[in-house]
Design a protein around this ligand. Sequence first.
Ligand SMILES: [Zn+2]
Length: 245
Amino acid sequence: MPLIPDHILSAWNKYGNYTAILLIVSGLLLVFTHYLKLLITSDKKSRYDYINKSEINRLWFSFLLFAIGATLLLNTLFYPTNWLWFFVRLFLSSMMTIIISVVVQNMLKFYFPFYIEKRLKKLRYSPRISDNGNVMKLLSEEEEDVYLDEGMQAEENAYSVDYDVWIDEKTGVTKIEKYNGRLHALKCDKCNYQTLKVSKEEIIQTATLVAEGELIKYLTCGYCGQKSKKSHKIAKLNPKAISTD
Ligand SMILES: [Zn+2]
């Protein structure tokens, strides 16, 4: 086995090392800026949406940058004596990184959602403060309808959408927040992971003035692949809303 020409190895060590450090720093920055953004976002609903939309992807992407950087770093720190050692080291460390990545990916996909869900629930139901500094109250499903327009109510009835209405009881000021159930994972009955999501919604019977309609939600589990359907009633149309058209 011939020795590695010195200039190739030293170029590899030098530039590989720079790249490794760049990757590691970018990975760390990505996590850091994510949590910094959460820290400076004071509105709870915006924080909710941001966590829901990007946290898992962000963490996964920054882990990848970090892991690839660390593997590269390991392969540029020491001088191997010949090509055989060079490739053995490269191969073993890459395998190791792939195994660790699979473990991390599974944790992020299947265990992390439980933790996210807890934080989201806390964010969604912790009291809002109005501009006047008063603590607002969350209205119940029955109370909130007065504050939602027809379109919002129809959306709530028909799709995986939920509106929360917060009211400042002293001034009467309200704050309406929209929650999209499609983005949101439910617990799967079969595997118990928090990975069940609405994949499709279909109205099979539109609501009329005299009869309720019916909506079917198709759910698919991201872990075990379990598919299920759920039927939902759509409330009768409101005659008042129609006569004013
Ligand atoms: Zn499942």
